[in-house]
Ligand binder design. Structure first.
Ligand SMILES: *[C@@H]1O[C@H](CO)[C@@H](O)[C@H](O)[C@H]1NC(C)=O
Ligand SMILES: *[C@@H]1O[C@H](CO)[C@@H](O)[C@H](O)[C@H]1NC(C)=O
Ligand SMILES: *[C@@H]1O[C@H](CO)[C@@H](O)[C@H](O)[C@H]1NC(C)=O
Length: 362
């Protein structure tokens, strides 16, 4: 009965959104630096930001979306199979949106004489960890994946469309972190306060920006944020990463640290391919994040199902208040890492994310 009601509700929601949500779109850049080039100059470090304003704004705080590695702001627009994305959904709920392309990526230009080397995105990586994880089975939950539209592999029109939207990313996470901190802080000064929605790699930019501008960030929705602390897992090479716990660049702790090695760590859990570190007690606090509520969302079949609780455990130990939702545990099955564009993307927005952010007030 309830399920039938929900299905009807989603059918209506999808139909209404098919036509799109009436809105105005503008774009601007923030963070540009002029760099001398002979007797002239070039520009670097600027961030492209799209501003989508619904016909009627009914929510007090805008949403700022930050996409992950290899991706751009197109992630939040329509899905690769042409359905409405989260941008349309949240516009329909009366939110004003800002959607960026990460610095040195896509419409935020990469300057060959200024920016560091790029890492290409390849088909096997995308198939094996995002779109066709059930075929590669790199982690136990992968077999549960059913929500990607199409077979998630080269030759399928939806995969081909999605893959065409991927782009090279800076290979240094620390370099991207510094550039995102620079332009992102200026962006928050201009548009804040906001609610941040981060995905994957951008998880760390959410912590970095909230640390840099704590008054301008009222809440963070972290969709499968990059993690776990200190060490890469599952996808080789399993090497040290995120030297400051959840970030590759310094973030503020209390008691203060003078270098990353001041953060004492212990292994609390080990499963094949995943080493989970937390801080040794007493844990230092991520002091600028203490008043910023976080919603972490983890899908059932993603590689993040293996370790997001370790990332969340680290945040909680550092004093951050986190609500962690495992989609599988609330009856939303079969999703992997790109769940906000999979078949049930609007259900996840409507049942999990919007109800939480609608309670956040300026
Ligand atoms: C700037 O430098 C270029 C290349 O050296 C030269 O051709 C050009 O005349 C210079 N322009 C001015 C305005 O000095
Ligand atoms: C996926 O679908 C495409 C298009 O039908 C097909 O060419 C391709 O072989 C399929 N790949 C797999 C792994 O099933
Ligand atoms: C995370 O979940 C795994 C599997 O359920 C469990 O073994 C581990 O102790 C948890 N880790 C943390 C830090 O909560």
């Amino acid at each position: 009965m309830m399920l039938a009601f929900l299905l009807v509700t989603f059918a209506c929601l999808s139909r209404a959104l098919q036509q799109g949500t009436l809105h105005r779109r503008t774009y601007f850049y923030v963070g540009q630096t002029y760099i001398a080039d002979g007797n002239s100059s070039i520009a670097a470090d600027q961030m492209y930001v799209e501003h989508l304003t619904p016909a009627k704004i009914t929510r007090p705080l805008p949403l700022l979306f930050i996409h992950g590695q290899g991706m751009t702001g197109t992630n939040w627009l329509n899905t690769p199979d042409g359905r409405p994305g989260w941008a349309d959904y949240f516009l329909s709920k009366g939110y004003e949106l800002y959607i960026m392309d990460q610095v040195a990526r896509a419409r935020s230009p990469w300057q060959p004489t200024v920016d560091g080397p790029l890492l290409a995105t390849d088909t096997v990586l995308v198939e094996s960890i995002f779109t066709a994880v059930q075929r590669f089975k790199l982690w136990p939950q992968a077999i549960l994946h059913t929500q990607w539209p199409g077979n998630g592999s080269v030759g399928d029109p939806v995969f081909d469309e999605f893959f065409a939207s991927t782009v090279p990313s800076l290979s240094s996470q620390a370099e991207e972190g510094e550039k995102m901190k620079h332009a992102g802080s200026l962006l928050l000064d201009k548009i804040g306060p906001v609610i941040l929605l981060t995905h994957s790699q951008a998880g760390q930019f959410g912590w970095i920006l909230a640390d840099s501008r704590p008054k301008q960030v009222k809440a963070i929705v972290a969709l499968e944020p990059t993690g776990p602390p200190f060490m890469n897992v599952i996808i080789p090479p399993l090497v040290p990463a995120r030297a400051y716990g959840l970030t590759d660049i310094p973030i503020t702790y209390n008691p203060p640290i003078t270098s990353a090695s001041d953060i004492a760590r212990v292994v609390v859990n080990q499963i094949p391919g995943v080493t989970c570190f937390q801080q040794a007690k007493p844990a230092r606090k991520l002091v600028n994040l203490l008043d910023i509520p976080v919603l972490a969302v983890t899908s059932e079949a993603s590689y993040h199902a293996q370790y997001d609780n370790c990332t969340v455990g680290y945040l909680r130990q550092a004093g951050v208040s986190v609500k962690h939702v495992y989609l599988g545990e609330i009856g939303i099955h079969g999703n992997a890492h790109m769940f906000f564009m999979e078949k049930n993307n609007l259900q996840i927005a409507d049942e999990v994310v919007e109800p939480w952010i609608s309670k956040i007030h300026g």
